[in-house]
Design a protein around this ligand. Structure first.
Ligand code: AGP
Length: 590
């Protein structure tokens, strides 16, 4: 959570403007307060406030700031509520050092107490503020800035991506542990940020920073060392990213979410082509899965629903497959012989990371499916598969859900000895589903927006899709939604159903007869029924029916529709679907 950007340049031209444009790209990571620090020679200035990037830029006249070095931060509060004084950057007592941070520091209370005892004055409730004071303290003891920075970092326990600047120095110090940090290399201007899309308008040349590394960037150089002091050869780390800046802009759509739903066909086309280019790896992975005692699938949120879909298929094939909600990882006793499939769009979700670390220690083999190249989760895996869906900016996962399903169904096709070419028409199915279903999805979304609560019911493979539908409308339209196995609804949930209570059925065509019984039970109690059906009509009052010619393609017909329903429910309430309250795209705190 929290987005951070640092820019150091030979010139001060447009740097405030560039910082703001980077912050706009990072805002999906947190948006309760914003701050910027500028540094020109010995003039260090900090402007910050509660609010969105747009509000704070205007309120604090950020564009009038001048300097060769800039830091920008957009916050998702952990320690201390959103407020002007808790906004980053934080400074030391003499306002000579400014720091921004993404992560949480477990030992900040002890550090703060000892710093206060030494006479330091704190001005916020954040954990971050200990960092500038620690650097100040070590500098007071006579250490040069880099040594003082390193010593401060060694004092920290917890997770962090930190950027620090110091009066009189045209450089940005950085350190990383468990939270993402990437360097962007420009011409006479270098960037350090939470993610690549932040600076994609300015450079595609990147260096990924690994856990435990720290260093500094100047406008023309990069210095990285690990915590043992070994110097890293940066030239070996440089990568050129093939995402274009356009992919990270709205391209005329009112919201990223809508653009990204419409991009799903292109995304899974790239996913499938990527997999076709690495069939040897896919074969190696499926051989490994075949020889596993158990297949543990670990993920959070939307990625968990994709994982659940896969485990149902695996269990049906005769494998012992276990879906694990990442934040409950400590309940699982993995062992040698188990394979773990970790699914994560960001590749940074801390619970997934902690889960795979624990299971790896126990001897399990880790296979990751992520979208962000070289993310922490992929780096710590034995086998890595990528979704190649391109950057996803909307907080709600949309095109990456379809891409995750594409990767998982590709693996399934290998395991089930189904011709994987059946998946090649998945992009067409998505396009067709959107063009047939978007109008009705809008009407359904607008109706559901008026409701307090809604059930999403499914059976078999439709259940994870029902769960995803419920999560989507909950997270971006703030409509309470609960997903249930349709048969189980008689064991409690049906008690809530009365005249007009909305029930959405997800009917992938496999268990339509059984679902029909459940539909009648709901109708008999006055429920207002909706259905998203594949191939077989269910008989709901409002129904979207999409035809596919292969069973394996049915989730691609359903996924864009559940997303569009949530999108239109959100916009019907005049909410911003890209920035749902209290949420952040990447959850990097446990
Ligand atoms: C999806 O719409 C949610 N915002 C959220 O549940 C998300 O899927 C979850 O946080 C997992 O993220 P990851 O795929 O990056 O690990």
């Amino acid at each position: 959570m929290c987005g951070i950007i640092g820019i150091t340049s030979l010139t001060d031209k447009n740097l405030a403007q560039i910082t703001v444009s980077c912050l706009e790209k990072l805002e999906y990571r947190g948006y309760d307060s914003v701050g910027v620090a500028s540094l020109q020679g010995s003039i260090l200035e900090v402007r910050k406030a509660k609010g969105t990037v747009k509000e704070v830029v205007q309120k604090k006249n950020i564009l009038s700031m001048r300097g060769n070095v800039f830091l920008g931060h957009t916050r998702w509060a952990t320690h201390g509520p959103p407020s002007d004084y808790n906004a980053h950057p934080h400074t030391d007592c003499s306002n000579s050092i400014a720091v921004i941070h993404n992560g949480t520091l477990k030992n900040f209370k002890e550090l703060k107490e000892s710093l206060i005892a030494l006479g330091h004055i704190f001005r916020s409730e954040t954990d971050t503020e200990v960092i500038p004071h620690l650097i100040e303290e070590y500098r007071k003891k006579g250490f040069d800035t880099f040594t003082a920075f390193k010593k401060a970092v060694l004092d920290l326990e917890g997770s962090y991506a930190i950027l620090a600047i110091v009066k009189g120095e045209n450089r940005i110090y950085f350190a990383k542990k468990d939270n993402p940090l990437v360097i962007g290399m420009g011409e006479g201007t270098n960037f350090v940020a939470s993610d690549i899309p932040a600076f994609l308008d300015y450079t595609k040349k990147v260096v990924i920073i690994n856990d435990g590394e720290l260093g500094y960037v100047t406008p023309t150089s990069i210095y990285i060392e690990d915590l043992r002091g070994n110097v890293i050869d940066v030239t070996k780390r440089i990568r050129i990213i093939d995402w274009d800046a356009q992919a990270a802009s709205k391209e005329g759509y009112p919201h990223f979410m809508l653009k990204e739903i419409h991009e799903s066909a292109r995304a899974i086309n790239d996913t499938i082509n990527g997999l076709l280019s690495e069939t040897e790896l896919v074969e190696e992975i499926t051989e490994r899965l075949k020889g596993s005692d158990r297949i543990i699938v670990i993920a959070a949120g939307t990625s968990y629903h994709a994982g659940l879909y896969f485990t149902i298929l695996l269990n049906r094939l005769g494998y012992t497959a276990l879906p694990v909600i990442a934040s409950e990882y400590y309940n699982i006793n993995a062992k040698r012989g188990d394979s773990v499939i970790a699914i994560s769009q960001s590749g940074e979700t801390i619970d997934v990371l902690m889960g795979i670390r624990k299971m790896k220690e126990k001897g399990a083999t880790i296979i990751s499916i992520t979208n962000v190249i070289d993310s922490a989760i992929s780096r710590e895996s034995d086998y890595k598969l990528y979704m190649r869906a391109g950057p996803e900016i909307g907080v709600a996962a949309t095109k990456t859900f379809s891409s995750q399903l594409a990767v998982l169904l590709f693996l399934y096709a290998y395991l089930a000895k189904i011709d994987y070419k059946e998946l090649l028409s998945a992009p067409e199915v998505i396009k067709n589903s959107i063009s047939l279903g978007e109008g009705i999805a809008k009407k359904v979304g607008e109706e559901l927006a008026l409701q307090k609560s809604v059930y999403y019911l499914g059976r078999g493979l439709s259940l994870p899709l029902a769960m995803e539908g419920a999560l989507k409308i909950k997270e971006i339209a703030y409509v309470h939604a609960e997903a249930y196995p349709a048969g189980e609804s008689k064991h409690g949930p049906i008690a809530l159903v009365e005249k007009g209570y909305p029930v959405v059925f997800i009917n992938d065509g496999e268990l339509t007869d059984l679902l029909e019984n459940n539909l009648h039970e709901m109708k008999a109690r006055g429920a207002k029924t909706y259905a998203i059906s594949v191939n077989k009509r269910l008989g709901a009052e409002t129904e979207i029916l999409i035809k596919v010619d292969k069973d394996i393609l049915s989730p691609f017909a359903i996924s864009p529709i559940i997303q569009l329903i949530a999108y239109y429910a959100s916009t019907a309430k005049s909410l911003d679907p890209d920035r749902p309250r209290n949420l952040a795209k990447t959850v990097t705190v446990e």
